[in-house]
Design a protein around this ligand. Structure first.
Ligand code: ADP
Ligand code: GLC
Length: 478
């Protein structure tokens, strides 16, 4: 099968969250099954730097509306995956985050930037393409590529099939009516059955409406988003498309996230040398200025600081948690109120709570290795990758029973399989009860080893998911 994987971020070069991780690992797993997968991604500064000599192989033109003529450059990732770099400097050669300007606000021309990405994905999947490589399926991811299925529907001759994968329903890519014309979409697209969503143009809805099939990143999330309570306005449409909607649980990059050879760690360890995890704990405590104490459980967070992640609930009971007694380390960035709240809490509890605001890949690895217990009280979680990293690093997670967290973490009450702690209501009280249970279990070496062993034995590699995606592609192209 020939697959074009279209994405707005890709690890290790450009990553703001889990989508970057998925785009950095799933294509290679599909290639290992024998499929010809190529990745289309904007040529951000980090990619231009990594592949300075990537030759231009096409110039898609007459894309419609106000869309410019970009270049397409070809490169090969170290794992062998071919990359198609969408090169239009005026849109993508910008500092910082793919989505936000320096002041933390969305770039004003995001509709054109990701409209161009979507449009070129559709161009590659149609007769207009000047390449001799034509994909069977265009695999789109999140709102940033959500218009590709619409362009395939409205603007393409002999269109490829499309798969739209939802990584997060909360980001809907909403723009005003005028962008319809700027993006070169026909008036006919402005309808309840097209790209219109409560008076806005929604990239996300366009994808859900027009893709040949839809997937999301866990079976539980696939069910949850069909309910009005969790469907974020799209539940009706998702129910309407229920026959075309599947949940495929994410994997993780098991080479990057492997405590037996992780290049970021002070000391490697694994299921058989689990004692050496303690060395990483002491190093981590030292690094962030916590009291170096083996006798306190260390709770950890690595996360985007947004409403979704429920870290306001954790902040509400952080003082009580420290009194268990315990320590807390937090790495994250996002909403100002949460950054400020956590920072000032840490200032009031030196030695017991350390907070770093920012994005730091190596530090994220050292936290997974050095902490005892990982905390993810998400209000919703399409899949979640950090709980999978935590399981693999012998750092049992405390999670709310939602989405992919519910599909991967088994409560300690199940002695045969338990690998973490699961709680129900999205309240600080319910979270605190789970944190208490975790701290108590940590004090019992037998129980704790058992939880760690179960978690570390979980196979979270991409192989299984890749098989499901391949079967889905086949059905679509069939
Ligand atoms: P989401 O995609 O919703 O942010 P996931 O759990 O799927 O949540 O993936 C988040 C990814 O981003 C993980 O690889 C995590 O380690 C990483 N990450 C999040 N925040 C930070 C940060 N501040 N520094 C480093 N890595 C981070
Ligand atoms: C999203 C979700 C997260 C998921 C990731 C990768 O950002 O919030 O739960 O793991 O995408 O699919």
């Amino acid at each position: 099968m020939k697959i074009l994987f279209a994405t707005s971020e890709i690890a290790p070069w450009v990553k703001t969250g889990g989508l970057g991780d998925v785009a950095g690992a799933l294509p290679a797993a599909l290639r290992a099954l024998g499929h010809d997968v190529r990745v289309l991604v904007p040529a951000y500064p980090a990619l231009l730097q990594a592949f300075p000599d990537a030759p231009e192989i096409a110039r898609p033109h007459w894309l419609g509306g106000l869309l410019p003529t970009p270049g397409l450059r070809q490169a090969v990732a170290p794992d062998g995956t071919p990359l198609l770099l969408l090169d239009y400097r005026h849109y993508f050669d910008r500092p910082g985050n793919p989505y936000l300007g320096p002041e933390g606000r969305d770039w004003l021309d995001n509709h054109l930037r990701f409209g161009l990405l979507s449009r070129v994905a559709a161009w590659l999947g149609s007769e207009a393409s000047s390449l001799d490589w034509v994909p069977d399926v265009v695999h789109c991811n999140d709102w940033q590529t959500g218009l590709a299925p619409a362009y395939l529907a409205y603007r393409a001759e002999r269109p490829a099939k499309s798969l739209f994968t939802l990584h997060n329903l909360a980001f809907q890519g909403l723009f005003d009516h005028a962008s319809l014309f700027e993006l070169g979409l026909p008036d006919a697209a402005w309808s309840m059955h097209g790209v219109e969503f409560y008076g806005h143009l929604s990239f996300l809805k366009a994808g859900l409406q027009h893709a040949s099939a839809i997937s999301t990143v866990s079976p539980s999330y696939a069910r949850e988003i069909q309910t009005d309570a969790e469907g974020m306005g799209m539940a009706g449409l998702l129910r309407h498309r229920a026959d075309d909607l599947t949940g495929i649980l994410n994997g993780i990059d098991t080479r990057d996230w492997d405590p037996t050879r992780d290049r970021h760690l002070a000391k490697h360890y694994g299921p058989r040398r689990i004692e050496d995890k303690a060395i990483n704990k002491a190093k981590l405590q030292e690094e962030v200025g916590l009291e170096v104490r083996a006798d306190l459980p260390l709770f950890a967070v690595v996360s985007r600081l947004t409403e979704q992640k429920g870290l306001d609930l954790f902040l509400d009971v952080a003082a009580k948690t420290i009194d268990l007694p315990a320590q807390i380390v937090v790495l994250g960035s996002g909403a100002h109120a949460l950054e400020h709240g956590w920072n000032s809490f840490a200032q009031r509890h030196p030695g017991r709570c350390a907070v770093r605001i920012g994005f730091d890949e190596g530090f994220a690895h050292r936290i997974e290795a050095g902490a005892d217990i990982f905390v993810m009280p998400s209000r919703f979680e399409p899949c979640g990758l950090n709980q999978l990293y935590s399981l693999r690093y012998g750092t049992p997670p405390v999670v709310r029973a939602t989405g992919g967290l519910a599909d991967t973490v088994i409560d300690a009450a199940d002695e045969k399989h338990g690998n973490g702690f699961v709680f129900g209501p999205a309240t600080a009280t319910a979270l605190y009860a789970a944190l208490q249970r975790a701290a108590a279990a940590w004090r019992d070496p037998d129980i704790w080893r058992r939880l760690q062993k179960h978690g570390m034995a979980r196979d979270s590699s991409w192989a299984e998911a890749a098989g499901h995606y391949a079967a889905l592609y086949k059905r679509l192209a069939g």
